[in-house]
Write a protein that binds this ligand. Structure first.
Ligand SMILES: Nc1ncnc2c1ncn2[C@@H]1O[C@H](COP(=O)(O)OP(=O)(O)O)[C@@H](O)[C@H]1O
Ligand SMILES: [Mg+2]
Length: 252
């Protein structure tokens, strides 16, 4: 049976799809069979993030409408073995039971299923949260994002989940050192969920997935081994060279 994780946020644009794609890739690198299910109805982006939009023929909508089998709607980038993607298309599971049944039938083929959910705390989360074992809330170190993440945690906890995790995305070590941004520790202390990871603001993450991202290797390791190691996003800003780097970044 797959470990099923619903990735949500509250606030939009905080990096759910980026985290889902990179975490999925990190787990696939560790020889796990991973399915990334893009549940952002009508706004799917995982095919673009993973550069396989040219392979899309069918989506979940076609599966539900009996136009194809589940397998035919799976996209697999040959460069990333073990990593499969399925897009919701415009499919909005008003009937969570149909969706839950479908996932239950297919889950034996995977070790992990990550549901990349839509933003907000609304009915569209019912289906993915009903079938998930765990949930991961993505948050940025900004008050609005933290407030929305708190609401997402409360909502997620109304479902029958084993664990609710939180990951801080887009943190800037230079600003944290200057006291101009909340630290990851402060964000974690405001959110009632288990810390799973920290991802710095990184231009290389803007757009497509990075294939050698240690932040996500740490996160995948935490998931696999029940650890709570956190990426040291402040290390590159320590010492004299760190101060210079910080200055350059500020003036960029
Ligand atoms: N850690 C990061 N560093 C830099 N850019 C990021 C980071 N995380 C996400 N982004 C960028 O922010 C934008 C929104 O991210 P996305 O994953 O689509 O958010 P969501 O799925 O929550 O709407 C995208 O352009 C993405 O490339
Ligand atoms: Mg998204």
């Amino acid at each position: 049976m797959a470990r099923k994780i619903a990735i949500l946020s509250g606030k939009g644009g905080v990096g759910k799809s980026t985290v889902a794609a990179n975490l999925g890739f990190a787990l696939a690198k560790k020889c796990k069979r991973v399915l990334l299910a893009d549940m952002d109805f009508g706004l799917n982006s995982l095919d673009i993030l993973l550069k396989c939009d040219n392979q899309v023929t069918f989506d979940l909508n076609d599966v539900i409408q009996n136009r194809c089998r589940f397998r035919q709607a799976l996209i697999n980038d040959k460069k990333i073995p073990n990593l499969y993607i399925i897009l919701s298309g415009t499919y909005k599971p008003t009937d969570a039971a149909v969706f839950v049944d479908m996932i239950k039938k297919e889950e034996q083929n995977f070790d992990y299923i990550l549901f990349d959910c839509s933003a907000g705390v609304n009915k569209s989360l019912i289906a993915p949260l009903s079938v998930s074992d765990e949930s991961l809330i993505v948050v940025t170190p900004h008050f609005v994002s933290v407030k929305d993440a708190q609401k997402a945690v409360i909502y997620a906890k109304t479902f029958n989940l084993l664990q609710v995790y939180v990951a801080v995305n887009r943190i800037r070590g230079d600003l944290v050192r200057l006291g101009e941004q909340m630290s990851a520790f402060e964000v974690f202390s405001l959110i009632n969920a288990k810390p799973l990871g920290v991802v710095p603001e990184n231009d290389e993450l803007n757009g497509f997935i990075r294939t050698d991202s240690s932040y996500f290797d740490v996160m995948a390791d935490n998931l696999l081994n029940g650890k709570q190691m956190l990426y040291d996003y402040l290390s590159e800003y320590k010492g004299i060279f760190g101060k210079i780097k910080s200055k350059i970044k500020r003036n960029a």
